[in-house]
Each structure stands twice: as C-alpha cells, then as structure tokens.
Design a protein around this ligand. Sequence first.
Ligand code: PGA
Length: 248
Amino acid sequence: MRRPLVIGNWKMNGSRHSSVELAKGVASRFDAIAQEVEAVVCPPDVFLADVALALGGSAVGLGAQNVSQFESGAYTGDVSASMLAELGCSYAIVGHSERRACYGETSSQVAAKFATAQRKGLAPILCVGETLADREANKTLAVIREQISAVVETVGLGALSSAIVAYEPVWAIGTGEVASPDQAQEVLAFIRTLLGEKADETRLIYGGSVSAENAAQLFEQEDIDGALVGGASLHAEQFMAICQMAEM
Ligand code: PGA
C-alpha cells in the first residue's frame, strides 16, 4: 500500500517568526488527526533550522524547495543536498515549474538534481507538468514523457520507486484553477505506466490550486496518492484539513 502524502510548499513567503508559528500550528494539530498520512512542510531554506526545531518531536517531515545539482564547491548561492540533510530535511523538491520557468532549469539539470539529492539521502519530489499552450496543442502527455524520461535516463527506472512524482499542470499553479479529478487522474495514470515494474510502489501526487474544498475529490482517484500544496499550506487549519482528507 502506498502511504498518502501531503506536502506543503511554502515558497518564498513569510518571516522567521511566521514560519515558526506555522510549523507549530501544523505540528500541534497533525498527530491528533492524521495517523495514516505522511505530512511534509517545505519552508524557505533560511528558516529550515528554525522550522525543524518548531516541529520538535512531531511526525511532520521537513523538505527543501530546491537543491543544488552539485555536491559542494564554488557555486555561489547554491545549497547542497548534504547541507539540507544536516538541517533535518528528508525530501527535496526538484523541477518545480517556477524553477523551470523563472530560472531556466532544464530537464537534464532537474535530472542531475534528482540524482544528487537521492545520493545524499534525500527523497526527491520530482515535479512535472504542462503549460496551457502544451495542453491546448494536445501535447500534455508528450511533455510529461520528456520530463520523466530525462530523469529515468540519468538515474534508471528503479530509482523512481523511492521518489515522489508530483503532477503539477502549470496552468493550475497559484491560479485557483484546479485540474479536474479526471484530468489529474489521466496524467498520473499515464505517469504510472512510464515507471516500469515498481510503478505500484511509487507515490504519485497532484499539485495546483489544491484546497480543502477540492482535495477530497482528487484523493478519490485511483492514482492520486496525495498532494503538493502551495497557497493553502500557508494556513495550518487548511493544510491539516487536506491531510485529513488524504487519510480517508
Ligand atoms: P498552489 O501551488 O497550491 O498555490 O497552486 C502548488 C505548487 O506550486 O506546488
């Protein structure tokens, strides 16, 4: 059985104080309501240590929003996988569409980040997704295939089974326009067909305007094992409501 997983991507929001308060709010509610679900929060790197402390002994996990493809050296401004692991991270998001679009990250860079993260003990959360133009041109599955293949070529199929794949249509991120459960299911089922023998073990999640209002319907779909949540993860009650729905 694949354990449901709900990940909060806080992006570049908040202050040190608000991050600690949010982490405490999540931690204090989580253990009481969600035993069967795994919850992870991904704060800005500079607050990781504070958030780790605030999460204390709770079951809520810690992840990074990005990771360097390099292990160490002269890479000004980058943060390595081992630095993130040292701060308590067990996950790292790679290939988020905002990184691909704003910083020109290519699929091969994303694949290198995936490989480095995994080598250093972080479970990668690989984000893939098409733009609205891709979807309108009927290229959704081709784009997804290219993004997944780049990683498979670098790390091999087997490496995907312990990672997470997040389907995040670019047109649904931060727009309030969530993919329909059928649209999300179609793409995630397709992704599962790309993952070979161990496909049944890999957790596949959906992201893009997930909220307490639409999460339950998404989680009913066979291939949706959880969610990557942006905006709604900035509110402890909403994030917890989504976690609770993943359990049902
Ligand atoms: P959103 O962001 O929930 O605010 O749409 C999701 C994401 O970017 O991971």
